[in-house]
Design a protein around this ligand. Structure first.
Ligand code: ZN
Length: 116
């Protein structure tokens, strides 16, 4: 379950931010993840709850929001939103199916931290 290691790095980032801001209690953390980043939000929730149990982060709410897949067409060079498949994406402008440049949908980052 690779969500466990993702949750671990996430907690490391949160801890660093909290030390830097001299705060002690985490209320809420919001992360964004790409549609094709292979993250299962439910699994990430479970991992996050398990890893923060009995720590000072316990009780913090983890919110996740999905970033849609966007690509730039290799034929007409216009941007379009795709579905789930990285390999066959049909350009909504010209219908080209292969070789597009992925602009977003693979990333994961912390968007917001609410602390006390
Ligand atoms: Zn196109």
């Amino acid at each position: 379950m690779h969500e466990m290691s993702i949750a671990q790095s996430l907690i490391r980032i949160i801890e660093q931010e909290m030390v830097r801001n001299r705060v002690d209690r985490l209320v809420r953390v919001k992360i964004s993840y790409g549609r094709i980043s292979a993250i299962v939000p439910e699994a990430l929730q479970t991992a996050f709850q398990a890893l923060t149990h009995n720590t000072h982060l316990e009780g913090a709410v983890l919110e996740t929001s999905e970033i849609p897949l966007r690509a730039k067409c290799r034929s007409c060079f216009r941007e379009f939103s795709g579905g789930d498949d990285l390999f066959v994406m049909t350009c909504s402008h010209c219908g080209a199916e292969f070789g597009h440049e992925i602009i977003s949908g693979k990333e994961m980052f912390v968007e917001e931290l609410e602390v006390e």
